[in-house]
Design a protein around this ligand. Structure first.
Ligand code: URA
Length: 254
């Protein structure tokens, strides 16, 4: 473990407060540890730019990963575990994603993770609410786009869930875009449902499956699933993707 002085020199130490410490006024140190060769990603732990900061107890969970990743993943918002650890995608959704990456030949450290909002939205009736456009517009302008801007445009971007598909991809609907790919500002984006909806306890909520997520990751990486187009079938839960894309990327099969 590098000394705190080293981490400070890297700009990697931020300060935050836990709910318990909030009342005592004490400050806890949370270390965001990027790879030693990387500059830290943008973060403002005192951000008050949108109302989400009011319910979050750790603000502004930053992007994590290399500046030259194999893939960028954009999710919706940090959850409980992400807020606790000040790292994106470290809870159940992240674990599912990492197992899908492994099937596509990627390690977690090959991927850069970010979210359209940096603060955990409030839990309402036992469920974390979805961020609203007035939240993500601010976060995107101040954090997401500047972070993406430092990643080469050739790196594919995987948008997970309706909020990321809309906020970054400019399209509406998970079912209508599942497994599809298009260009945004010179970057190729790919869309899939959010892995939280593919977890076993949420099974019935899902559009898409773990298999469709793995296939989307593989196709985003440029892997072509070898199957003659004439015999390709559409597995349950999939929608056929644009012929334009089918032409470019050949076919996948069930
Ligand atoms: N879900 C997300 O969208 N982002 C995370 O960081 C974790 C879970």
């Amino acid at each position: 473990m590098p000394s705190e002085a080293t981490l400070l020199a890297l700009g990697a130490v931020v300060e935050t407060r836990s709910p318990l410490q909030e009342s005592s006024g004490a400050t806890a140190r949370v270390i965001v540890a990027p790879g030693a060769s990387q500059a830290p990603w943008r973060r403002d732990p005192d951000c008050t730019r949108c109302p989400l900061h009011r319910s979050a107890y750790r603000r502004c969970i930053p992007t994590e990963g290399p500046r030259d990743p194999a893939l960028v993943v954009v999710g919706e918002a940090p959850g409980e575990h992400e807020e606790e650890q000040v790292r994106p995608f470290v809870g159940a959704s992240g674990q599912l994603l990492v197992s899908c990456f492994a099937r596509a030949g990627l390690r977690r450290s090959d991927v850069t993770f970010t979210n359209v909002v940096r603060c955990r939205p409030p839990v309402i009736s036992g469920r974390q609410s979805a961020p609203k456009p007035e939240h993500w517009r601010i976060c995107i302008e101040n954090f997401v786009l500047p972070d993406l801007g430092s990643i080469p445009k050739t790196v594919p971007v995987l948008l997970l869930g309706g909020t990321a598909i809309q906020a970054i991809g400019g399209r509406k609907g998970v079912a209508a875009n599942l497994g599809r790919s298009w260009e945004v500002d010179g970057r190729r984006v790919w869309a899939h449902s959010h892995p939280v909806n593919l977890l076993p306890h949420n099974h019935s909520r899902g559009i898409g499956t773990v298999e469709t997520l793995v296939d989307t990751i593989r196709r985003a990486l440029g892997h072509v699933v070898a199957a003659p187009r004439e015999t390709a079938t559409v597995p349950d839960g999939w929608v056929a993707f644009d012929t334009e894309i089918a032409r470019g990327w050949d076919v996948w099969h069930g």
